[in-house]
Design a protein around this ligand. Structure first.
Ligand code: KG4
Length: 350
């Protein structure tokens, strides 16, 4: 079985063809970073137009690379949410059109489920597993029990983790997207220099036991920059006034606190719940590309006999192989979707 998957929910247009033996037969991707970097974030209208311009060409390229014809594809899958709705509509409409022309099933894929199940494509992970979903739009702890079967343990009450990385990077004058830039600079920095606050960790409120909050941490970083440069923070002047050493130390200290927060939340997850069948922790989403976070979590997980699994970096950030793969999992269960399926800007995993 071969499935063509389309991803257009944010700033990457991607098409992949994956088979049920877990081979990625082709994967082509057009990043829009260059279009959005001058704005410091994704501009939805620009994103949607760019998806529309390049998607047809990418679909043909993916078929060519896999040496396949449209007729040889068994189903057409596309991200139908959550995401920027203009982009989602572009990818979803293309998959629906191909499905109706070639009389094959259409598969409406939840983008978050794509991230959640990638480790089953790359590492053969068995359900149930503990899932830390950390991306540009999310920060959640879940138990993945099966296809379409998730239990959410906790999530962020404000910023997503990738968003926090991006905002800290922006305050430091680093390029967009900020996560990789922060990780790189942090390698040269002193992670013990700045003691940023650890939001929610000292909260006695039981409802916050598994929750994340990063907006306070972002403010703490801003205050520290203000002290270092001796002025109220300005995006125009402050980033240039920070020394290279201070910048690296902020990145390292920020990453260290982020890991302490994640470890504390995972520790609570295991202390206050009983998951006897869970033997792996899967880290998924764009921030899972961060090797420092991975190695810190690996150290923590040893004490709980958990195996930590993260997909290769190219499949942590947005991609279409994960969308085609969820398509394979759905087809194996005999599930397909109606051509009336409506795009969803919000779509929780549950
Ligand atoms: O999953 P993703 O590609 O997009 C969605 O959110 O859908 O994640 C993008 C996010 C961005 O915020 C980016 O800064 C972050 O993942 N990211 C990283 C790293 N690589 C990407 N954050 C920290 N360290 C990294 N190495």
């Amino acid at each position: 079985m071969k499935i063509l998957g389309i991803e257009t929910s944010c700033d990457e247009t991607a098409v992949a063809i994956v088979d049920d033996a877990k081979n990625i037969l082709s994967h082509v991707l057009n990043s829009q970073i260059k279009l959005h970097e001058k704005f410091g974030g994704v501009v939805p209208e620009i994103a949607a137009r760019s998806h529309l311009e390049v998607l047809d060409g990418l679909i043909l390229e993916a078929l060519k690379k896999a040496n396949l014809k449209f007729e040889e594809i068994d189903a057409f899958a596309a991200t139908c949410g959550p995401g920027l709705i203009g982009g989602v509509i572009v990818g979803m409409s293309a998959a629906k059109t191909l499905a109706s022309i070639y009389k094959k099933p259409f598969l409406a894929i939840n983008h978050l489920e794509g991230h959640a199940l990638t480790a089953r494509l790359t590492n053969d992970v068995k359900f149930p597993y503990l899932l830390l979903l950390i991306s540009g739009g999310n920060c959640q702890i879940l138990i993945a029990r099966g296809l379409g079967d998730y239990e959410k343990i906790g999530e962020t009450i404000d910023d997503a983790l990738g968003e926090a990385f991006d905002k800290v990077a922006q305050m430091l004058g680093l390029p967009y997207p900020g996560g990789p830039a922060v990780e790189k600079l942090a390698r040269e920095g002193d992670e013990n220099r700045f003691k940023f606050s650890r939001p929610l960790l000292d909260s006695k409120d039981e409802s916050h036991r598994f929750a994340f909050s990063f907006s306070g941490l972002k403010t703490a970083v801003r205050r520290e920059i203000e002290k270092l440069v001796g002025e109220n923070f300005s995006h125009f002047t402050s980033p240039q006034k920070i020394s290279a050493k201070d910048r690296a130390d902020i990145c390292a200290s920020f990453q260290k606190i982020v890991c302490e927060i994640i470890v504390n939340r995972l520790e609570n997850t295991l202390s206050f719940n009983n998951f006897p069948d869970v033997s792996s922790l899967v880290i998924a989403g764009g921030v899972a590309a961060n090797r420092y976070i991975f190695s810190r979590l690996q150290n923590w997980a040893k004490s709980h006999q958990l195996e930590v699994i993260t997909p290769p970096i190219s499949l942590c950030t947005d991609n279409a192989a994960m969308i085609a793969w969820v398509g394979i999992e759905k087809m194996k269960m005999g599930i397909s979707d109606d051509l009336n399926f409506k795009p969803r800007s919000r779509w929780e995993l549950k």
